[in-house]
Design a protein around this ligand. Sequence first.
Ligand SMILES: Cc1ncc(COP(=O)(O)O)c(C=O)c1O
Length: 476
Amino acid sequence: MTDANSKRLGHDQAYKWRLVDEQGMSQNLDPDTKTIEHLFLDFMQMEDFAKHPIIMKKAQGVWYEDVKGKKYLDGLSGVFVVNVGHGNRRVIEAMKEQLEEITFAPPLYSTNLRAIELAKLIAGITPGDLHTVKLFSGGSEATEAAMKLARQYHRQTGNPHKYKVISRYEGYHGATMGALAASGVTSRRTTFEPLSAGYIHVFPPTCYRCPYGLEYPECAVLCATMMENVIKHEDPATVSSIIVEPIGNTGGIITPPQEYFKILREIADRYEILLIFDEVITGFGRTGLMFAAHTFNTVPDIICMGKGMSSGYAPVGGIAFSDRIADAFYGEPSKGLQFNHGHTFGGNPLSSAAAIASITEIKERNLPELATKTGGLIWKRLKELESLGIIGEIRGKGLIIGVEFVKDKETKERFPSSASFGIRVGKKALEKGLIIRYDPNWVALAPPLITSSEEANRMMDIFSESVTEVLKSIGS
Ligand SMILES: Cc1ncc(COP(=O)(O)O)c(C=O)c1O
């Protein structure tokens, strides 16, 4: 840390970040891992993190091991990423082979064999006629591109004023400015406001706490039908796309009723609006079928992909879109019909090789089916915890499962925010060697799709102990 930084932060010794063991003793570590002063992490208060940094050193299967030798069960696939598990030989060998052949092709003039192969592979597993693929390096690039593709599509098919994007409160579509404007996580947005104009938000299908105070099914899925009202008020001639996560992570694994997307599909069609599924988390087997579009039996116009696409072996993302959209971009070059968008690393051969191997593994081992089976086991173990009286709702599909905690099951009253129940459960689990996603009122489990029954049970043993201990500690 530079002197200037030390002064600015009002620290000197405190920023001599070292790894310390439980007794506060410095550890004799590899010199490269001694300090983290040059690094900023995502959404992380570095001063806090530096007090007890977790630095991962290796990983295999569903296990991580940190530099201190502590082992962690990966109950979150890193962060909804490592679908085929860590250390997968097929992916590693494919990448090694690719390194020897070619790792970058000049994007202004060419493409490469792996990018072509990956696009074909994806076109073969997406629903409906989403046969055309554009490749990127991650989820935010994918969602940004999807929204831009929708705008340009309308512009060159006779609807030049369609530019607005409708998305949902509590949704997350990425950290870049456009993706953030579409996101609805207040805490992540307000720091950077004002964001781009033309981004409209509607309430998500949080049935357990319905924003309209209704109950399913008497509600007639008002959260979906309300979309039509919003479009009419915005003027349909100005709305280009609706972007939604089929299952919303950031709001607490928000899982809509089965007919929700069918209603959105009909509304989108009625007003010539493109329906975009952000499947950055739900894609590649997570919900029990290859895409959540299959799980919810709805074909969107565009699917956004990232995370589990390469299982994290290389940064990769993409969009797959319908023939109707693709057709609008073919034609005489002088008419300027090409999609005016790109990134240097889109279709990178090494990333593509990783994605091909990971997707092939998911397909050949039928990992989506395994996700349903293991998800069922986790669900059953969570049900057993209901006798504690603090599980308000369990939700999700396949291997993306959320648990909402409540102080009172009858009234759905939450624990006081000072209790931070979900956070304490998540931290307790981490201490005991299980990684999950946590929030003040809910937690999420999303282990790799390869997780065996034995491993899932082990995860759930730790989870159950963590919940019970936290409950005891707050005296409930
Ligand atoms: C649903 C969803 N979309 C988009 C993104 C952005 O992906 P990335 O972080 O790879 O840019 C995320 C990231 O968490 C996500 O969860």
